[in-house]
Every structure is written in C-alpha cells, then in structure tokens.
Write a protein that binds this ligand. Structure first.
Ligand SMILES: NC(=O)c1ccc[n+]([C@@H]2O[C@H](COP(=O)([O-])OP(=O)(O)OC[C@H]3O[C@@H](n4cnc5c(N)ncnc54)[C@H](OP(=O)(O)O)[C@@H]3O)[C@@H](O)[C@H]2O)c1
Length: 148
C-alpha cells in the first residue's frame, strides 16, 4: 500500500505555529484536494479539531492515544492512503510511510509544531517529482519516495 505523508511546511520545518492553529497560510489546498480526493486520510485528533468540516469524498480516520498505526493501517483495504498530520501523527506513522509530498512555503516560524514531532529514527528519501504551486512566490510541492 502507498502511505503518503502530505504537508505544507515552512522553510524551518514547521507545519503550524501551535497545536490548534487553523492553517490559513497554505497555498496548496487545491492540490491537496486533487491528490487526496477519493482516498482514505489519516489525521490526529488535534488536526481534526482545526478542521471546520469533514473533508468531502474522503474517508477520514482520526487517531487517538491508544490507537496503533498497525491497527489503523490493517483496516485499510485501498492501495493508497494519506497521512495528513499533524506533527505527532506524522511521527507515529513515520516507520510506515512510502512517500512524502511536501509543499515548502516561504515562511519562518522559529517555533511551533514540527513536521515530525517525536520522530524516533532517521530515514532516507529519494526525490521523485516537483509540482509547481505558486511560481511567483517560489512555492512547489516536492515528492519523495522513502527508501526501504
Ligand atoms: N501544515 C500542514 O500541512 C498541517 C497539516 C495537518 C495539521 N497541521 C497542524 O498541526 C497541528 C496539530 O498537530 P499535533 O502534532 O499537535 O497533533 P495531531 O498529530 O493532529 O494530533 C495529536 C493527537 O493524536 C492523538 N494521538 C494518537 N496517537 C498518539 C500517541 N501515540 N501519542 C500521542 N498522541 C497520540 C492524541 O489525541 P487524543 O488526545 O484524542 O488521544 C493527540 O492529542 C495543528 O495546528 C494543525 O493545524 C498542519
């Protein structure tokens, strides 16, 4: 199964200023919608609380303490699912990721929620593709495969 982490990140590696920030600075929402539409999306409870409504036409799985990634992933029969944040959830699912889709934004927060909050082990990636989001502002989505 493809297990794809998708996120909007700052230049200094943050995905939010704090755990309950409603993300209004991401410029890749239409790309996010296009790529995740029809697929299962996995998110942490904090991220769910920041969403004003359900994501249309996507099965949403909300992860709580006590859930394990193995349990969650074994219940998915589709060939692709997305891990959509936040930082704690990204770290918990990190050992199972096959791809990273990261849209880097020209912002520096200095502190906040890191892309991976509590990552235990280093892992390698290989660049696959780059998608233009906003060329004037230098915003691109970088796609990587996680090295086995
Ligand atoms: N820029 C982006 O692309 C992007 C994308 C998504 C989210 N975000 C932002 O990320 C922030 C939220 O990130 P976050 O890291 O604070 O939270 P999170 O990963 O969204 O959710 C954390 C929650 O997951 C649950 N959880 C499940 N397994 C856990 C475990 N083993 N250990 C600890 N907690 C576990 C807990 O919920 P319970 O307490 O209910 O058990 C915990 O409070 C928000 O500001 C959101 O807007 C940004």
């Amino acid at each position: 199964m493809n297990i794809i982490l998708i996120a909007a990140v700052t230049l200094d590696g943050y995905i939010a200023r704090h755990s309950h920030e409603v993300i209004d600075w991401s410029e890749d929402l239409s790309l996010f919608k296009k790529q995740t539409m029809g697929h299962t999306v996995i998110m942490g409870a904090n991220t769910r609380e920041t969403l004003p409504f359900d994501l249309a036409d996507r099965e949403m799985i909300v992860v709580h303490k006590g859930d394990t990634p193995e349990q969650i992933l074994s219940g998915i029969t589709a060939d692709t699912c997305f891990v959509i944040g936040g930082g704690k959830t990204n770290a918990i699912f990190a050992p199972y990721l096959t791809h990273l889709y990261l849209t880097v934004h020209p912002l520096v927060f200095g502190s906040g929620v890191k892309l991976f909050d509590g990552l235990k082990n280093e892992f390698g990636v290989q660049f696959i593709n780059k998608i233009t989001v906003n060329p004037e502002r230098g915003i691109f989505q970088y796609q990587y495969a996680v090295k086995p």
